[in-house]
Design a protein around this ligand. Sequence first.
Ligand SMILES: Cc1cc2nc3c(=O)[nH]c(=O)nc-3n(C[C@H](O)[C@H](O)[C@H](O)COP(=O)(O)OP(=O)(O)OC[C@H]3O[C@@H](n4cnc5c(N)ncnc54)[C@H](O)[C@@H]3O)c2cc1C
Length: 307
Amino acid sequence: MEKVIIVGSGCAGLTAAIYAARANLSPLVLEGRQPGGQLSTTTLVENFPGFPDGIDGPQLIMNMHAQAEKFGSRFSYSEATGFEPMNSHVRLQIDGEQWLETQSLIIASGASAKWLGLQNEEKMIGHGLTSCATCDGAFYRNVPVAVVGGGDSAAEEALFLTRFASKVYLIHRRDKLRASKIMAERVQRCDKIEPIWNSVIARYVPDQKGEMAAVDLRDVSTQEERRLPVACVFVAIGHEPNAKPYAGKLEMDGEGYLVTKKLVESKYPGVFIAGDVADRVYKQAITAAGAGCAAAMEAEKYLSGLE
Ligand SMILES: Cc1cc2nc3c(=O)[nH]c(=O)nc-3n(C[C@H](O)[C@H](O)[C@H](O)COP(=O)(O)OP(=O)(O)OC[C@H]3O[C@@H](n4cnc5c(N)ncnc54)[C@H](O)[C@@H]3O)c2cc1C
């Protein structure tokens, strides 16, 4: 029987691992399909405290990993595929086969940004293609940028980006926003935002260094294409929480995010939830790390109570 299993090795999972390992619990961390989580897909991170010159996302993750390992965390590339809460422990299925038993579980499986599914998309992420204006907006001062989407988050990202960019194109495949009335009105009133209706991005156009230089837009009614120079594209079409194994067993909101009580608690004693898998609002490395810390401290308290 394990004492603590942590599902996920992003900022939340690794911070939980550091705290649980330092509490002598020797946690087992399941890394899943994206070891290191979302930060492993980005370049410079400028808003994680403690790094005044910024730090490369993958480097930050490698540091957290080394710190967790140093105190005795164990790692496995397995994926959690099934979840069964029992009276005094939890059964967790890995890779669709084996079942592990654990006294406590920390679910830190994050969320995946939805992308457009274009050909060179994976290569462009972190090179002028991102899903987070709060994270990357400040890198694009006095240059034109584009936001893709038509909901509240697209409207919010576009408005936020007007603080930095010379122009914000809001690309939407329909002829009006699906955002709330108040957000749509704010967008309309803002001179710096230019909506481009009935249009989709057909392809990203990188420069010679592989950084975003332009996008090719396709009008969905006429199929005509035109090139739009932009330094960055912010895709704001939503996130998908990685919470499938818990469907029907843990509480979820309408978008599939896990619901917590008191920051990290689930409805089962001993099962804690941390980071983007339960966060539809902040979605930041530091908030995920903070929740990971809280989850590990709660798990430690829960295990002490069992003794
Ligand atoms: C391009 C980009 C740039 C960003 N830039 C910044 C930035 O500059 N500053 C900032 O603060 N934030 C930034 N963010 C947001 C930040 O990365 C996230 O808020 C943070 O990574 C969330 O951490 P997490 O641990 O909750 O989840 P994630 O990082 O999503 O990690 C989830 C982990 O869970 C694992 N997993 C998922 N399902 C399973 C399963 N079934 N079994 C086992 N493991 C599983 C995955 O493999 C992964 O290891 C950025 C995000 C992106 C996409």
